[in-house]
Design a protein around this ligand. Structure first.
Ligand code: FEO
Length: 170
């Protein structure tokens, strides 16, 4: 059964995921201001995914009849010089989120809260994909970012990303 520590961490994760959405909206806005609409689209969809993640934690706590406390969302305050800076900040952020998910999992495992562990399984896999995507963007930028024509084509590729709802349904 869920204890107060796991409950608190799950509640905090709602805020962390909404912050992630906020952060990626900021990234999207940065790229938009540079005329890179494809990158802006990619992060706009990423922000939508983060809102979905937040709502999955919210829904899970509701399903478990646990209280939910919505906290203030911090301001994204990083200043970026280059697109590569943004992409690297994205990877760093996803690695941080992975550590948060792992911490909740460990806390649940400690008290044999199997239901929460099973709920988190989806997020463990998702974080693998999130980090792979962030790494992929960095690799592409390294390869193509310095040539304007290649960057234009990469931006076009990222413009094609479309939103799809999460595969986890609660
Ligand atoms: Fe909600 Fe990008 O992890």
């Amino acid at each position: 059964m869920m204890n107060s520590k796991v409950h608190e961490l799950l509640n905090q994760q709602i805020n962390k995921e909404f912050y992630s959405a906020y952060l990626y909206l900021d990234f999207s806005n940065w790229f938009k201001s540079k005329g890179l609409d494809g990158f802006a689209n990619w992060y706009l969809i990423q922000a939508q995914e983060e809102r979905d993640h937040a709502m999955l934690f919210y829904q899970y706590l509701q399903n478990e009849s646990k209280t939910i406390t919505l906290e203030e969302i911090s301001k994204p305050d990083k200043v970026f010089e280059t697109g590569m800076d943004v992409l690297k900040a994205g990877l760093e952020h996803e690695e941080y989120v992975t550590s948060l998910i792992n911490d909740i999992y460990s806390a649940a495992e400690e008290i044999k809260d199997y239901r929460t562990m099973q709920f988190l399984d989806w997020f463990i896999k998702e974080q693998g994909e999130e980090e792979a995507n962030a790494n992929g963007l960095i690799s592409k930028m390294e390869l193509f970012g310095s040539d304007p024509r290649s960057l234009y084509l990469l931006d076009k590729e990222l413009a094609a990303r479309v939103y799809s709802a999460p595969s986890l349904v609660l």
